[in-house]
Design a protein around this ligand. Sequence first.
Ligand SMILES: C[S@@+](CC[C@H](N)C(=O)[O-])C[C@H]1O[C@@H](n2cnc3c(N)ncnc32)[C@H](O)[C@@H]1O
Length: 211
Amino acid sequence: MSGEATRDELGHVQRVFDRLAAGYDRQIGWSERFLMGNARRWAVEQARGVVVEIGVGSGLNLPLYGAGVTRVIGVDLSEPMLALARSRVAAVPVELRHGDVQQLDLPESSAETVVSTYTFCTIPDPAAAARAAWRVLRPGGIFVAVEHGPARSRAVAAVMRWVEPLTVRMAADYLTREPVAYFTDAGFAIDYADRTGRGGVVFRVLGRKPG
Ligand SMILES: C[S@@+](CC[C@H](N)C(=O)[O-])C[C@H]1O[C@@H](n2cnc3c(N)ncnc32)[C@H](O)[C@@H]1O
């Protein structure tokens, strides 16, 4: 993807989430209740040490971090989403930053865990975000993701592909992106991957930076 195309799409993502922020918790809560299940808890349970959460959004994961996690750095490009995240109460120290997760402004090899929940579907260049996660992780560090993707049923997946141009325009949401290839292309070894949620639309992936 060209730099200009990514910048245009990044502006679109930011405008969408600035606009959707006020209703975000209600909307994702509905999706998790009836479609995706509580996979974010699984993602947070894998985290340890210094955690970088990419696309932290309204901070729904922040109250779930506990034992084994020393600090969470959450990055997002939408200020209204970050404002909601700032209002969460967490049991661990949290730092929230405005920024682009495709080029994380964090030192190399500075984190034990990168967490992404329902973020790869919106990032303009997810391959760049996976490479950025690789750079900030220490050797042996883990990249854990819970993302939605195409349903197992080919008919349902075809319908999802058909409506996708609309969801991208209205909600910056690619319905049928599958996360695993972004991990392996960036160099991660896959320790675990499965599908959950209604129709298998939720992908849970645990990648490790070898070393
Ligand atoms: C669907 S929301 C998910 C929020 C949160 N992770 C959750 O589980 O509820 C996607 C978030 O990713 C953020 N985002 C998308 N692309 C981004 C980028 N390139 N850099 C930073 N944040 C980004 C959006 O602003 C939005 O807050």
